[in-house]
Design a binder for this molecule. Structure first.
Ligand code: SF4
Length: 317
C-alpha cells in the first residue's frame, strides 16, 4: 500500500506532511495537517521535523521555506504552479511601484517569494480588510494580485486611494454570478459560502442588495472561515463557491449537512498534480526541493510578520 510506504518514509526522514484544502481526498487524509497555506506553514515551523513535504502549489512551499529556513522543504511536483500567483511578477511589481512612489504595497499571500519580498505587508482573505484599515488613510495603496479580493476590500473599507492589480485565479474567476444565481434559486434555503477570490463575489453582494438572495444567506469566507461556519450549519444543503477540494474537509466537519459546489468544474489542475505516487517519490528521493535565497526570504518574512503583528492572521488560500 502506498500509504504504508509514506508512513515508513516519513519516519525515516523525520518529515511532516502538509496538505492544502484543495488537494485530492487521499492526500488530505494521509497528511499530518490539512488547511490553508499560511496556517500550514506556521504549524510546520513549530514542529521539530527536519523535512516539510508541502502537498499544494509552489508559492505555498515557498511560504513554508520562508518561515522555516533551516528545514528542507519539498513539493511532490515543482511544476504545480498557480495562475493567481503568476498574475504578477516581481518585475511588474517593481514597475508598478516606480509609477507610484510612496505607495504602500499590500499583497495577498498567493504570490511568489520574489513578490512578497517587494511587499510592505501581506494579507489573507480573512484579514485583508483589517490590514488595509491599519494603513494611514492618506497613503495610497497598491493591492495585488487578486482583483476580486481587491474589490471586496475596497467595498468593505470604502477606501478610494487603493489601486487594484487586475490579476485573478482562473478557477475562482470561473465561478460566475449566473451559476450562483441559478444554484441559489434551486436551493432557496441553502446558505452560500463564497470565497472572495470568486468571480461571483461581486454578484453575490449585488443579488443580496437587490433582495434576490436573502443577505443573511451570503457568507463571504476564507477557507478557514468556511470550516468554522460548517460547525454552525449542521444540516441541509450548503452551497460552496470555491475550489471543489474544499468539500472534503467541510463534509468531514459537518457530516449531516450536504455541501454542494456552485460550480462542480471548479477544480484546480495545479493542485491535482500532486498524486500519491509523486508523494511517495518525493519522500523516497527527497525531491523536488524548494529553496528561496536568504535575502529574498528575509524581506518576504518581514512582509508576513507585519501582517501577523496586525492580528487575525487567519486563512487565505
Ligand atoms: S485554485 Fe487558483 S489560486 Fe488556488 S492554487 Fe489553483 S490557480 Fe492558484
Amino acid at each position: 500500500m502506498w500509504t504504508d510506504e509514506v508512513q515508513k518514509l516519513k519516519k525515516e526522514r523525520n518529515a511532516v506532511i502538509l496538505a492544502h484544502n484543495y488537494q485530492i481526498p487521499e492526500i488530505q487524509d494521509i497528511a499530518d495537517f490539512t488547511g490553508d497555506s499560511l496556517a500550514l506553514s506556521r504549524i510546520a515551523a513549530d514542529t521539530d521535523a527536519d523535512v516539510i513535504v508541502f502537498c499544494g502549489v509552489h508559492f505555498m512551499a515557498e511560504s513554508a521555506k520562508i518561515l522555516s529556513p533551516d528545514k528542507t522543504v519539498l513539493i511532490p511536483d515543482e511544476a504545480a504552479g498557480c495562475s493567481l500567483a503568476d498574475s504578477i511578477t516581481a518585475e511588474q511589481l517593481r514597475e508598478w511601484k516606480a509609477e507610484h512612489p510612496g505607495a504602500v504595497v499590500v499583497s495577498y499571500v498567493n504570490t511568489t517569494a520574489d513578490v512578497k519580498a517587494l511587499t510592505d505587508v501581506c494579507c489573507t482573505s480573512s484579514n485583508a480588510v483589517d490590514v488595509v484599515n491599519s494603513i494611514d488613510p492618506d497613503a495610497e495603496i497598491l493591492f495585488c494580485p487578486d482583483q476580486f479580493l481587491g474589490a471586496h476590500v475596497k467595498r468593505q473599507t470604502g477606501r478610494e486611494n487603493i489601486r487594484i492589480w487586475a490579476g485573478e485565479c482562473h478557477v475562482h474567476a470561473g465561478i460566475n454570478g449566473k451559476e450562483l444565481a441559478g444554484q441559489a434559486a434551486a436551493h432557496p434555503d441553502a446558505p452560500l459560502y463564497i470565497h472572495p477570490e470568486c468571480g461571483c463575489a461581486n454578484s453575490a453582494i449585488y443579488l443580496a442588495s437587490e433582495g434576490v438572495i436573502a443577505p443573511e444567506r451570503v457568507h463571504m469566507l476564507s477557507t478557514g472561515g468556511m470550516l468554522d461556519q460548517a460547525d454552525r450549519d449542521t444540516e441541509g444543503t450548503v452551497l460552496v463557491a470555491t475550489e471543489v477540494g474544499m468539500l472534503h474537509q467541510l463534509q468531514k466537519k459537518s457530516p449531516l449537512a450536504d455541501f454542494q459546489p456552485v460550480n462542480p468544474q471548479a477544480s484546480c489542475k495545479y493542485m491535482k498534480m500532486i498524486t500519491p505516487e509523486k508523494l511517495v517519490a518525493s519522500l523516497r528521493d527527497m525531491r523536488d526541493e524548494v529553496t528561496v535565497p536568504e535575502e529574498t526570504a528575509a524581506k518576504a518574512r518581514q512582509s508576513l510578520e507585519r501582517m501577523i503583528a496586525i492580528g487575525n492572521p487567519g486563512s487565505g488560500e
